[in-house]
Design a protein around this ligand. Structure first.
Ligand SMILES: [Zn+2]
Length: 355
């Protein structure tokens, strides 16, 4: 209901010319929109996860909208510096891509080059060394490929009962059972890959062809190196895409991630993105101790000079957003219509204010 009301409000604002007025206001000039993308489909990934994958033609359409609207796409480091000096150019935007999948290399980077837009890749690195599909998401994708059927019980996969793949719920149960089995058997990365292969066999899918197509894989070190040489900004996203609540483990995620990015790109990353947008106030001082200059969340808002640099909001753009909603966020009207202070960010700023 609320969403429908916000959408109608945005449509009205667009039709009344308010987007252009907000876009060129002093208020917008002091703010930065950081856009977040995840995957850009190699094949049909957006049909499987429409909130995570965007087809390349929609990404191109978004960039066309940026160009036509006269938006200035800045490199992240420069934009963050200028935000806090209150020296942003009008209509400033930053582009970020989470995870550093092979699809960034293959699909997003050519479109970015076509528009000559700078972009930051928040690179997770465990699966980069290992060069196999990411277990949980690959299992989910393979099951989705057989969404018309049933999965028979299989002791080697730890599946005791028949799973119904025709519903999202059934497929989720199957993935959870497989993940539980890996945890229980303490399987290594390679053993988990063998498990995926057996799952594919059971589903009647060609696993080696799936691996060769590089779906749901992270860029390999040589691909990260090539992207860095091409001018893309490779930054931190934890080694194993997780944020442990223990300080030593959390900081190890940063140091392991940093070391691999330095080895691949030849540059030291100082910007961070919370994996899956999960953050806790206790992470802020740990990031400070690691010398992190900025950290981004997935809280939808424009960043202002009052935003905490280690809790910078981002707008997650997906194919589910109509183009006028994307335009609303570029202009700033999207923020004004739906702004509410994210509870966790509010807590964090209160905490840093008293500490
Ligand atoms: Zn991520």
């Amino acid at each position: 209901m609320l969403r429908t009301m916000k959408l109608s409000a945005l449509r009205l604002l667009k039709n009344s010319g308010a987007f252009a007025r907000v876009r060129d206001s002093r208020w917008r000039r002091q703010r930065l929109l950081i856009l977040c993308y995840h995957g850009v489909s190699l094949e049909d990934e957006h049909e499987w996860r429409s909130k995570l994958y965007i087809p390349p033609e929609i990404l191109r359409e978004r960039f066309e909208t940026l160009r036509q609207g006269g938006y200035q796409v800045l490199p992240l480091g420069e934009a963050v510096e200028r935000l806090y000096k209150n020296e942003l150019p009008p209509r400033s935007v930053v582009l970020t891509f989470d995870d550093g999948g092979y699809d960034f290399y293959r699909q997003a980077s050519p479109i970015l080059r076509e528009f000559a837009y700078p972009a930051t890749v928040y690179q997770t690195t465990y699966y980069s060394d290992y060069a196999r599909p990411i277990f949980g998401v690959a299992a989910s994708y393979l099951l989705w490929k057989r969404r018309d059927g049933l999965l028979q019980p299989s002791p080697v996969l730890g599946l005791r009962e028949r799973m119904d793949l025709r519903s999202e719920q059934g497929r989720k149960q199957a993935v959870a059972a497989l993940e539980q089995f890996c945890l229980h058997e303490n399987l290594t990365g390679y053993q988990k890959n063998d498990l995926l292969e057996r799952l594919a066999q059971l589903l009647g899918l060609d696993y080696s062809a799936f691996v060769a197509r590089r779906l749901l894989q992270i860029m390999r070190p040589e691909e990260i190196a090539e992207m860095a040489r091409a001018g893309f900004d490779i930054q931190l996203h934890t080694h194993r895409h997780r944020t442990p609540l223990d300080e030593t483990l959390f900081r190890k995620e940063i140091t392991d991630n940093r070391q691999r990015i330095v080895e691949a790109s030849g540059r030291t990353p100082t910007h961070f993105c919370y994996p899956s947008g999960h953050y806790e106030t206790m992470f802020v001082p740990w990031l400070e101790m690691e010398g992190i200059a900025s950290a981004t969340t997935c809280d939808p808002a424009l960043a202002s000079p009052q935003s905490h640099p280690l809790l910078l909001p981002r707008f997650v753009d997906t194919m589910m957003q109509p183009l006028y909603v994307f335009e609303a966020w570029l202009s700033g009207a999207g923020h004004l219509v739906s702004a509410r202070r994210p509870a966790a960010a509010a807590r964090a700023s209160e905490q840093t204010a008293v500490s």
